[in-house]
Design a protein around this ligand. Structure first.
Ligand code: ZN
Length: 251
């Protein structure tokens, strides 16, 4: 199972098939088709059928701090001021979001305990294993079992295009010498595979490989559909990763 493109009301967004099979969540990854920084919250609110005020984001700082959103934390507005790169919740109808323009969006879902999570992993977050930390936190906080966790590694810059310095490549090689083929060498250059890194980091925590979706969709290669910070030599535009537990609260 992989990733699919959905077209709705003049917009295109990506979804992962494995996540679409779970009936208590909604999720998506926006594209450049029909989305702009001005309308993202309105359109996400429409698609999720939840008010805009239920959307929460973070001040992303390429770290590995993760917030658990439970009854004890403050308002979603306050959370949006925090310098963190991961969110986890079991509260229905809160839309978790992270912003991306090459960095990896990593989606998490515990299908038994009904927990969702999202992480933002550029090379720094990936180097410091934010994905592994997400799995650890789900296990420690909610007693999640690795076999129940689904992970989705969304559109982002791929090993086809993500050239890094020799030094950075060496840093990854030495910290992750147990991982194979995380770097590719072509034409005297080094390319880092952030997809494989995040894949191996969650697999190492026990998440079965069949539970992990690799979207294998490169932002740099698909400039008609996606923004790429590197390809465009800087852009203010971002794609948004979003996931929410959606339950009819009844009365
Ligand atoms: Zn590429």
């Amino acid at each position: 199972m992989g990733i699919i493109e959905n077209y709705k009301d003049g917009t295109m967004y990506y979804q992962m098939e494995a996540f679409n099979d779970i009936n208590f969540i909604k999720h998506l990854f926006t594209s450049r088709i029909g989305w702009s920084n001005d309308n993202i919250h309105d359109k996400i609110s429409n698609i999720f059928n939840l008010p805009k005020t239920n959307i929460v984001n973070l001040k992303q700082v390429h770290g590995t701090d993760i917030i658990i959103i439970d009854e004890k934390v403050g308002s979603l507005k306050e959370i949006s001021k925090l310098e963190k790169d991961g969110l986890i919740t079991n509260i229905p109808n809160i839309i978790l979001t992270t912003y991306h323009a090459d960095c990896v969006p990593i989606y998490f879902l515990d299908k038994e305990k009904k927990i969702v999570g999202l992480a933002h992993g550029g090379w720094r977050g990936t180097y410091n294993n934010i994905s592994g930390k997400m799995v650890d936190l789900m296990m420690d906080t909610y007693n999640s079992k690795a076999k129940d966790i689904l992970v989705g590694i969304g559109p982002s810059i791929g090993p086809c295009c993500y050239e890094v310095s020799m030094d950075l490549g060496e840093q990854f090689n030495s910290r992750y010498s147990r991982f194979k083929d995380i770097l590719q060498y072509r034409n005297d250059s080094v390319y880092l595979d952030l997809w494989k890194m995040n894949y191996l980091q969650v697999k190492e925590k026990g998440v079965p490989q069949d539970n992990i979706t690799l979207s294998e969709t490169c932002t740099y290669c698909n400039e008609d559909k996606l923004y790429s910070y590197r390809k465009e030599k800087g852009t203010k535009n971002r794609m948004v990763a979003a996931i929410s537990i959606v339950m009819d609260m009844g009365d």
